[in-house]
Unconditional design. Structure first.
Ligand SMILES: [Fe+2]
Length: 364
C-alpha cells in the first residue's frame, strides 16, 4: 500500500464484503481490490455504477475489497426512512408530516451545513427509494455512458427534492420525476452516444445555442445537428414506445419534450418562455441545465449544496432557475431555520461555502 493510500485509509472502516457492496447500485466511496502483495487497485470511483458481475470476480478465495467510505450511513438511512414513510403515507396529513421531516433532514446538511453529508448520500437515497428500472434495462442504459447514468441519478433526486419543497407529495409523481432524467436523451442512447453529441450537450448546457451552433458549422455534423435538435421530441416518443411501463403518467413523460427549453426563450425545439411553462416544467428544465456532465464527488460536498445553488442564481446570466423555485427554497429553509432558533434576532448571516460556490458558478 502506498503511503498516500495508507494515510487515506487510516482510522477508517475500510473492509467491505461483496454482500455489503451489492446493496448499492452506486459506489458509496472509492472501492479498491487488495492484491496478494498488499497493493491496492482501484476498481470503482465514488458514484460509479456497480457492475455486480465485475465485482464478483474480485471476491473469490482470499481476495478482499476495501472502501474509502464517502457516505454518511446514519444520515442516509434517516433520509431513506423519511421518504419511504412519505411513500406509504395514507393521508395528506401523513405525507405533509413526512415532508416537514424531510425538509429538516435536508436542512441539516444541504442548506445549513451543520452536519456532514455528501452528494453521494443523495444519489443513493434516490436510488433506494425511487429507482424503477430492472437490472437488465439499467445495464443497457449504463452501457451507453456511465457518467450520464450517475448524472441522471443526481438529477432525479434533485427533481424530487425541488418537487417536495414546492409542495408535490404524490407518490406516483415523485417516482416519475425521479426516473425521467435517465431517459431524457434516450433517442441518442439507442444508437450509442457519439462523443460529439456529448460535447454538444455540455456546450449547450453552459450557454444556450452553443451546442447547436457548433454541430451546425463543424463540417459534416449536420446529421448530428438534426439528431440533436430533434432528440427531445423523439426521446419522449421512444420512451412511450419502449418503456412506458416504468412511468405512471404519459403527461409526465412529455416533460422530456421540454428539457432543453430555457427560461429566457433561447432553448429548443420550441423556444418557449418561462411564462409559458408550468412550475413542474421549470423545475425539470432548471435541474437538467444546472448539473454538469462531468461530475466528481468528494467527502462533504453536500454541505450547503442547495443554499449555494440558490446563491449562484444571483450571478446567473443564463437564467437557469425560475424565480419561482428560488422563492420556494428561500422561504422554506429560512423559515425552518428561524423556527428552530429561539432568538431569531441572533440568527447568523447567510454564509456561503466559497469553494463550492465557485464550483457551482463554473458548472452553471
Ligand atoms: Fe437532452
Amino acid at each position: 500500500m502506498s503511503e498516500t493510500l495508507e494515510q487515506k485509509m487510516a482510522g477508517k472502516e475500510v473492509e467491505i464484503s461483496h454482500g455489503e457492496l451489492a446493496k448499492y447500485r452506486f459506489a458509496p466511496g472509492d472501492v479498491y481490490w487488495v492484491k496478494m502483495n498488499g497493493k491496492l487497485v482501484r476498481l470503482l470511483t465514488v458514484g460509479d455504477y456497480i457492475d455486480r458481475e465485475f465485482i464478483q470476480k474480485f471476491t473469490s478465495g482470499n481476495m478482499s475489497l476495501m472502501l474509502d467510505r464517502i457516505i454518511n450511513e446514519d444520515y442516509l438511512n434517516d433520509g431513506i426512512s423519511i421518504l419511504e414513510g412519505m411513500r406509504k403515507g395514507r393521508s395528506i396529513k401523513e405525507r405533509a408530516s413526512s415532508r416537514t421531516e424531510f425538509i429538516d433532514w435536508l436542512n441539516d446538511v444541504f442548506w445549513s451545513g451543520e452536519k456532514e453529508g455528501s452528494l453521494i448520500d443523495l444519489i443513493i437515497l434516490g436510488e433506494k427509494v425511487f429507482f424503477a428500472f430492472e437490472d437488465e434495462f439499467a445495464e443497457k442504459l449504463v452501457s451507453g455512458n456511465t457518467e450520464f447514468f450517475t448524472r441522471s441519478a443526481l438529477m432525479g433526486i434533485l427533481n424530487v427534492i425541488f418537487a417536495i419543497n414546492m409542495g408535490y407529495m404524490d407518490d406516483k409523481l415523485l417516482c416519475d420525476i425521479y426516473n425521467l432524467p435517465f431517459l431524457v436523451d434516450y433517442f441518442m442512447h439507442v444508437d450509442g452516444y457519439a462523443f460529439d453529441l456529448i460535447r454538444a450537450l455540455e456546450m449547450e448546457r453552459k450557454s444556450s445555442g452553443n451546442g447547436r451552433e457548433w454541430l451546425e458549422f463543424k463540417g459534416d455534423k449536420m446529421a448530428e445537428h438534426n439528431m440533436f435538435f430533434e432528440h427531445p421530441d423523439k426521446s419522449a416518443r421512444l420512451v412511450l414506445e419502449d418503456c412506458k411501463k416504468y412511468f405512471h403518467s404519459e403527461e409526465m413523460v412529455s416533460l422530456i419534450e421540454k428539457h432543453h427549453e430555457r427560461m429566457d426563450g433561447s432553448g429548443f425545439p420550441e423556444g418557449i418562455y418561462e411564462s409559458e411553462l408550468s412550475d413542474l416544467e421549470t423545475l425539470f428544465i432548471s435541474v437538467n441545465q444546472a448539473i454538469s456532465f462531468k461530475l466528481e464527488f468528494v467527502f462533504g460536498d453536500g454541505k450547503k449544496y442547495l443554499k449555494n445553488i440558490i446563491a449562484a442564481m444571483d450571478e446567473d446570466e443564463n437564467e437557469i432557475f425560475s424565480a419561482r423555485i428560488r422563492s420556494v427554497f428561500e422561504n422554506i429553509f429560512e423559515c425552518s431555520k428561524q423556527q428552530e432558533n429561539e432568538n431569531p434576532e441572533e440568527s447568523e448571516a447567510i454564509e456561503y461555502d466559497e469553494d463550492l460556490h465557485e464550483l457551482l458558478k463554473e458548472s452553471a
